[in-house]
Design a protein around this ligand. Structure first.
Ligand code: AMP
Ligand code: MG
Length: 425
């Protein structure tokens, strides 16, 4: 694959790339082509860490303190100096002071000091004996075994060292990261601006919620699936409603969408039906690739640019919309959001509970229900209704059964790859 080719080169001279065939694009190839044209946003903002969950770090973050910033006790017990212990145990030491977390030492640190978890280790002491291992009698502790040096002591900087880079640019902030930043005293960080994604549905037969449904019409479900999918990606979603199959209205809506967003998604109108105008309109106002992907569901897909804006034209069938979103749009949005090291959605091996009919030559994303058997292995049942218009199959299923391009018919008990819906976000 030629890496430095531009979108317009590819559109005008697709034959210069030997492995590029818009009429038979594998899922992986289509993904790689799209990835070629994606550049992360360069706009950044500074936000409080309370608002930073799932945001993408835009500038590496360095620790300016040690965590912990003092040697401290990992147990409730007695801090001692092991260097004053002679011979074999048992040993007896006088308790000469007491130390609670966050307080100053009361007394001297010359023999044993009563110490609580988190309290600083007094100067000159080098081990903590848990209280369960000592006997206390009239201010004297007795214990049998000599501890190792630094036993039960949390050392200065053992969690994070001052000067250490804790997060590189491109890192997605997870819940634990918020705590980690707070442990460093960092209250705000620089992140990439949220990506703006505008979307609308197309089709003369598509009716928005709240309007009556006449014969031959369907309620717009795609827009609501998209709202859910985009919420999980934490983007700024801009809902532009439904347009009829009317060239002027679609063109105007696309222009408006591309003016306000970083990504525009439409559903419907990318196949080759009479009223599928997307191709014609997009050729006029942008640079667009139309692909037939070797996958089921979700064969037609359009990717391109309208001005600075990335465009994804997804097929209108409700299951196809979701599958193409998961396979192509999700990863693109994560890249544009500035995230690096985007983890691949894990594939898990599962044993088929019923046979599957399939012809080689395309990737199929069948909907299935998995469960974990007693012996720990995963079992999966394909749903009976696999039509791309049957959205119920997505709601009933809890995973995709991913049947790779070269896979043919599969018998019961054979092993397949599944992708858990819970691992897709
Ligand atoms: P299209 O991709 O426009 O040819 O549409 C394919 C099928 O998906 C048709 O049966 C449409 O009615 C249906 N469809 C398209 N858009 C939507 C939508 N937003 N909600 C529900 N069904 C849709
Ligand atoms: Mg349509």
């Amino acid at each position: 694959m030629k890496k430095d080719i531009s979108l317009s080169d590819l559109i005008s001279e697709s034959n210069i790339v030997h492995d590029y065939d818009p009429n038979a694009m594998s899922v992986e190839k289509a993904k790689t082509w799209i990835a070629n044209f994606l550049k992360p946003s360069d706009q950044q903002e500074i936000i409080h860490i309370k608002d930073a969950l799932h945001r993408i770090v835009a500038e590496s973050i360095t620790a300016s303190i040690n965590v912990p910033n003092h040697d401290n006790s990992a147990m409730d017990g007695y801090a001692i100096n092991i260097n004053i212990l002679n011979g074999d145990g048992p040993f007896s030491l006088k308790v000469t002071g007491k130390l609670l977390a966050g307080n100053q030492l009361e007394g001297n640190a010359n023999e044993a000091v009563r110490i609580m978890t988190g309290a600083s280790i007094p100067f000159g002491l080098n081990a903590v004996i848990p209280q369960e291992y000592v006997e206390l009698n009239e201010g004297v502790i007795t214990f049998k075994i000599k501890p190792h040096i630094n036993q039960n002591i949390r050392r200065l900087g053992e969690d994070i060292k001052s000067g250490q880079v804790v997060f590189q640019s491109g890192r997605k902030i997870e819940p634990c990261d918020l705590g980690l930043l707070a442990s460093l005293g960092i209250d705000s960080i620089k992140v990439y601006r949220k990506i703006k994604v505008a979307f609308f549905s197309t089709g003369d037969e598509i009716v928005s919620l709240g309007n009556p449904l006449s014969a031959g019409q369907v309620f717009d479900s795609n827009r609501y699936s998209l709202i859910g999918l985009l919420k999980r990606l934490d983007v700024e979603a801009i809902d532009l409603g439904v347009t009829p199959d009317n060239k002027k209205i679609i063109e105007d809506t696309l222009k408006k969408a591309s003016d306000m967003a970083d990504v525009v998604i439409t559903t419907g109108g990318v196949s080759v039906g009479e009223a599928d105008y997307m191709k014609e309109i997009l050729k006029k106002i942008g640079e667009i690739l139309f692909w037939k992907i070797s996958m089921k569901p979700g064969r037609p897909l359009a990717y391109g640019k309208i001005g600075h804006c990335h465009y994804f034209g997804l097929p209108g069938n409700p299951v196809s919309t979701m599958v193409t979103f998961y396979q192509f749009v999700r990863e693109a949005i994560l890249t544009l959001s500035g995230q690096t090291h985007i983890p691949k959605t894990p594939l898990i091996r599962a044993q088929l509970l019923s046979p599957i009919k399939k012809v080689p030559g395309r990737t199929e994303f069948q909907r299935g229900i998995y469960e974990q058997g007693h012996e720990g292995t995963f079992k999966v049942s394909p749903l009976k209704d696999q039509g791309s218009g049957i959205l119920r199959s997505m709601s009933e299923a809890n995973c995709f059964i991913v049947l790779h391009e070269d896979t043919a018919h599969l018998e019961k008990d054979m092993w397949v790859d599944i992708q858990l819906f819970d691992s897709l976000f």
